[in-house]
Structures are given as structure tokens and as C-alpha cells.
Design a binder for this molecule. Structure first.
Ligand SMILES: *Cc1c(COP(=O)(O)O)cnc(C)c1O
Length: 220
């Protein structure tokens, strides 16, 4: 078994245990394998081990990694988990299956127009900046209702929320806040938890955990 296959089995087992002890179905939590800055042979190893759901944070790099692989295997699903510039929206809509990082009205405008143009309607999550960090992407919690209304008014299918908690704070507080916001707005999907803390995100309601280094090893 490759190292990546071993890591994958271990992560899946941890997700299963965390779900079980929280009384959640293990199928309720999906693993997004974050393949950014990883060499192609590690991506191949993850595919060989059966992983089909991946996350990338840059459009250009995702095209390099995934254009050919996705053409050959339609079961591969790709989430955009990094900030999206308006001038990359065309490529993003063509390649990705879920946009996790909707965070402003101008992006909602561009995504809605492009999805109509391509006749390709992707679910979107709104990224919430729960720590109100000035350098970080995401909408402030108090501005979430307005952005949600706006995006839906444009015809976007917003199905969840995503968070990247501040580095120096206990992530559980931010996971709990995201869960509360999602419940308030009837949003079923919660993308939260990474290599260091995905087991904490599962009992707090994560439906997607985004795991990079624990699966693939350190990035370039
Ligand atoms: C890189 C990244 C991850 C994965 O981080 P790891 O600590 O390597 O698991 C998750 N989410 C986002 C938004 C990322 O950019």
C-alpha cells in the first residue's frame, strides 16, 4: 500500500470514529483531498487509492492538475477552496464542480452570468470570515444575510458555508459559529476542518472536511 493510501485509510477511519461518537452517519461527512502544490504522482496515488473528491485553491494550478484527469474520469469532483478573482470566473466555472469561496456581490454577479453563459450551474458556498481578520477572504458574519439574499436573487444556488478559522484561536469556536449561521439560514452544507482539526469539525456538523498535508504530506 502506498503511503498516501495508508494516510487516506487512517483519515477515513478518524472521520468515521468522530462521526460515530457524535451520533452522525459517516456518509454525512465527505473528505475533500486538498491537492494544491502537490506533485502529480501524489495525486495519482490518491486516485489509485479510490479518492475522487479534491480541492484546489488556485484556478490556474487546478487546470494544470485536473483538466486531463477530469476529462478521463467524470467521477472526479473538484471544489474551489481559494479566493476567486472575477477575471478567473470563466475558467473556474468550466473546471470546478463546487465554488466554496463566494464572498462578495461582484463575484456573485460574475458567477451567475458565467453559469448562464456556459449553461453549467454549480452549487456555491459562502466563505465566512468568522474571525473578522482584515487580511482574510470571506464575508463578515453580520453581512452574510445580505450576501445570501443577493446571490439567490441572481439565481445562484447557495447550499452551504465555508470557514478558515484564525490560526491562533481555538477552531471549535469558529466551527460552532459557522454551524449556527448555517442553521439560521437553512444551509445544509458546512465546509470546515483541515489536517490539524478535522476531527473537531465533525461533531460540530462539518459535511466537508478539507485535508491536505495529513493526506499528501508537506507541500512544495
Ligand atoms: C490548504 C488548504 C487546506 C488544507 O490544509 P492542510 O492543513 O494541508 O490540511 C484547507 N482549506 C483551505 C482553504 C486551504 O487553502
Amino acid at each position: 500500500m502506498s503511503q498516501i493510501a495508508e494516510n487516506l485509510a487512517l483519515i477515513r477511519q478518524k472521520i468515521r470514529k468522530a462521526a460515530q461518537s457524535a451520533g452522525r452517519a459517516q456518509e454525512a461527512v465527505q473528505l475533500v483531498a486538498v491537492s494544491k502544490k502537490q506533485p502529480p504522482e501524489r495525486i495519482t496515488a490518491a486516485l489509485t487509492a479510490g479518492q475522487r473528491l479534491f480541492g484546489e485553491n488556485r484556478v490556474q494550478e487546478a487546470q494544470d492538475h485536473w483538466t486531463d484527469l477530469k476529462a478521463r474520469d467524470p467521477a472526479i469532483t473538484l471544489h474551489l477552496i481559494g479566493p476567486l478573482q472575477t477575471n478567473k470566473v470563466r475558467d473556474a466555472v468550466a473546471l470546478f464542480d463546487v465554488i466554496e469561496t463566494l464572498d462578495r456581490e461582484s463575484l456573485a454577479d460574475a458567477l451567475a452570468a458565467e453559469m448562464i453563459r456556459q449553461n453549467r450551474f454549480l452549487p456555491c458556498f459562502i466563505q465566512v470570515n468568522t474571525g473578522a481578520e482584515p487580511q482574510k477572504a470571506g464575508v463578515l458574519p453580520e453581512n452574510l444575510p445580505a450576501l445570501l439574499n443577493y446571490a439567490r436573487g441572481k439565481g445562484l444556488s447557495v447550499t452551504g458555508l465555508m470557514v478558515l478559522p484564525p490560526m491562533r484561536e481555538p477552531p471549535a469556536l469558529h466551527f460552532a459559529l459557522l454551524k449556527k449561521l448555517a442553521a439560521r439560514h437553512d444551509l445544509p452544507e458546512l465546509s470546515m476542518g483541515m489536517s490539524a482539526d478535522f476531527e473537531k469539525a465533525v461533531p460540530l456538523g462539518a459535511t466537508y472536511v478539507r485535508v491536505g498535508t495529513a493526506l499528501f504530506g508537506n507541500r512544495d
